[in-house]
Write a protein that binds this ligand. Sequence first.
Ligand SMILES: [Ca+2]
Length: 70
Amino acid sequence: MSLPGRVYTLGWLLLGLGFATLEGLALADADPGDTLSEHVWWLLALHPTAWWLALGLAAWAVRHLFFKKV
Ligand SMILES: [Ca+2]
């Protein structure tokens, strides 16, 4: 199944808007432990393997975003 490109664009825009809203609410809330970075640190503290997964994801993201072959 193939969706029109505009559907994906709208989805990514909604995802970004949702992220900005959630992160803004978490930053405005004085309670700790609710921002994205705090959740990432929590995940990384669970098991050393999480660091390797994060490193792999970061390497993939850098390659994908900055060295993508057109
Ligand atoms: Ca907070």
